[in-house]
Design a protein around this ligand. Structure first.
Ligand code: P6P
Length: 333
């Protein structure tokens, strides 16, 4: 079993990835390069986001994505940038993106990885200067090298992830990722155009007092979720919800807390997408000592049926997720 990897704060991302590659037996460098490709695209998106108000790329693009949601101009730009970086980087044969109906064939049929990605989650917040994020997962393909990617390459359980992470475009821009050996956070230094290790081996608190949920949907929550919210208020916990999953997740990762998106009337299967939102965050939170469920089972154990399937999502400090589960179990009685 490979030892937990750490490096001194301030280590540049490229050097960190290279050092970790040495740790992987038989590593051939493709995964390292794939992580670099994602980091490069994030730097370009970061610049676009920071200048959005000046370059007229705020607001809606006029189209809808596969979910029927209004696409923001930056959704389209982010999707293009990440798809192009991953295609040109040559290390992935296929991509599933929130912004595309079907599997994107990158043409790199000799590469052994596939990527699922939400290029810009929470993008409607950009116009009001609230943090947004990119969420990604990396899997080994199941189909033969030299052939086009298949739907089965994409419909893999979260336990099959090779790597996962997010970029948070916030007051500072951070890249947080795991390859199964802990969670490591890097902060972007724009003047140098480089990410530097700022949060080695991130761990979530076992318990917490922050709950993140959109209480605007209260009337359509199940009785158990309503009882849970009453429990949160009786304990005088803090409600913190910015409507941007990566921002809410990152705060709870650092401070302890829970993010909840239950089934609602508008989203009977939950709103968040399994393949390119929940699986990545579930892998990260488990690596950081937390839990992620759909209210019945571990997120990472869910067998995906369709590319854009949704799931209820409860993620965060283990004791807080277990407490919600106690309330949810009452529903099944
Ligand atoms: P609601 C953004 O659209 C998103 O996917 C997440 O980033 C966010 O947590 C959630 O949806 C917000 O959804 O229904 O509360 O507006």
């Amino acid at each position: 079993m490979l030892e937990q990897f750490t490096a001194p704060v301030g280590t540049a991302l490229d050097r960190f990835i290279a050092q970790k590659q040495e740790q992987f037996p038989y590593a051939t460098g493709e995964l390292s390069q794939l992580l670099r490709d994602i980091a490069l695209a994030s730097k370009i998106i970061n610049r676009e986001i920071n200048r959005a108000g000046l370059t007229g790329i705020e607001g809606q693009a006029g189209g809808e994505n596969v979910q029927g949601e209004q696409q923001q101009k930056l959704d389209v730009i982010a999707d293009f940038r990440f798809s192009r970086a991953l295609s040109k980087g040559g290390e992935t044969c296929g991509i599933v993106s929130e912004e595309s109906q079907d599997v994107i064939d990158t043409g790199n049929h000799d590469s052994k990885y596939v990527v699922t990605i939400d290029p810009l989650d929470g993008s409607s917040n950009i116009d009001v200067n609230v943090s947004v994020g990119t969420i990604f997962s990396i899997y080994r393909r199941k189909s033969e090298l030299g052939t086009p990617p298949t739907i089965d390459d994409m419909l893999q359980k979260g336990t099959e992830q090779v790597a996962a992470g997010y970029i948070l475009y916030g007051s500072s821009t951070m890249l947080v990722y795991t390859t199964g050996f802990g969670v490591h956070g890097f902060t972007y230094e724009p003047s140098l155009g480089e990410y530097f290790l700022s949060h080695p081996d991130m761990k979530i608190k076992e318990d917490g007092s922050i709950f993140s949920i959109n209480e605007g949907a209260y009337n359509s929550f199940s009785p158990s979720i309503k009882k849970y919210l009453t429990y949160c208020k009786e304990n005088e916990w803090s409600g913190r919800y910015i409507g941007s999953l990566v921002g809410d997740f990152h705060r709870n990762l650092l401070k302890g807390g829970i993010y909840l998106y239950p089934s609602t009337e508008k989203h009977p299967d939950g709103k968040l997408r399994l393949l390119y939102e929940c699986n990545a965050l579930a892998f990260l939170v488990e690596q950081a000592g937390g839990l992620a469920t759909d209210g019945k089972q571990r997120i990472l154990d869910i067998e995906p049926r369709t590319l854009h399937q949704r799931t209820p999502f409860y993620v965060g400090s283990p004791k807080m997720v277990q407490k919600v589960q106690e309330f949810l179990d009452e529903d099944d009685v």
